[in-house]
Design a protein around this ligand. Structure first.
Ligand code: SAH
Length: 217
């Protein structure tokens, strides 16, 4: 089966049949070629129903998790989005299809460089990839309509809460190193409402407001 056919099948069986309903999310997942974001060695896993290795002990999230988190952000097309954990850049590409601009922070320089290259090659222009500790957010471009964290955190980094716009949504896996629950925090003025969207497993968020201090790679 070629990649386009595999992608169609993934959207139908892994997303639509599991209640992903946001038409813009479905369209983006239908359009972005996931195979380009996966190193050649594991490329055949591109449309499997699970995460896949991308090097540096990191993974590209399962397609369903990418769709679920994107849907949870409730993007309208005009949002400024902050993403923590660029990884392969796949989630960044999906977000950029639906947002006005995506700022994305990755702590491992080689992954950030590769993601930048892939996003450029495929023509995703309204995206800025940066290297750094994303637990502190990016005050320079704040406030954000939506913030997505694609690594597991022991708690909610205070900087990320502060950088949410009024009405903004933060989606983040919170829990232990081995298991987390997906939280959506919605800001209403100085009130923050938390919803639990269910269990998940992510690689750890490593940084000053995550799992300890950033260690040089
Ligand atoms: N969304 C990615 C999944 C990446 S896995 C994709 O679609 O491919 C999580 C990523 O978070 C890893 O690349 C890891 O290096 C990165 N990460 C972990 N802690 C971080 C931090 N404090 N700041 C930025 N990136 C971080």
């Amino acid at each position: 089966m070629n990649y386009t056919t595999q992608r169609k099948k993934m959207v139908e069986t892994q997303l639509i049949q599991r209640n992903i309903k946001d038409a813009r999310v479905i369209e983006a997942m239908q359009e972005v070629p996931r195979e380009y974001f996966i190193p050649e060695l594991s490329r055949s896993l591109a449309y499997e129903d699970r995460p896949a290795p991308i090097g540096e002990d990191q993974t590209i999230s399962q397609p369903y998790m990418v769709a679920l988190m994107t849907q949870a952000l409730k993007l309208c097309g005009r949002d400024i989005v902050l993403e923590i954990g660029t990884g392969s850049g796949y989630q960044t590409a999906i977000l950029s299809k639906i947002a006005a601009h995506v700022y994305s922070i990755e702590r491992i320089p080689t992954l950030a460089a590769k993601a930048k290259e892939t996003l450029n090659t495929l023509g995703y222009t309204h995206v800025t990839v940066m290297v750094g500790d994303g637990t502190k957010g990016d005050p320079e471009h704040a406030h954000y309509d939506a913030i997505i964290v694609t690594a597991g955190s022991p708690g909610i980094p205070p900087s990320l809460k502060e950088q949410l716009a009024d009405g903004g949504r933060l989606v983040i896996p919170v829990g232990s190193r081995g298991y987390q629950e997906l939280h959506r925090i919605t800001r209403n003025g100085n009130d923050f409402v938390t919803e639990n969207l269910g269990g998940c497993i992510f690689v750890p968020l490593i940084g000053v407001e995550g799992w300890g201090k950033d260690v040089p790679m």
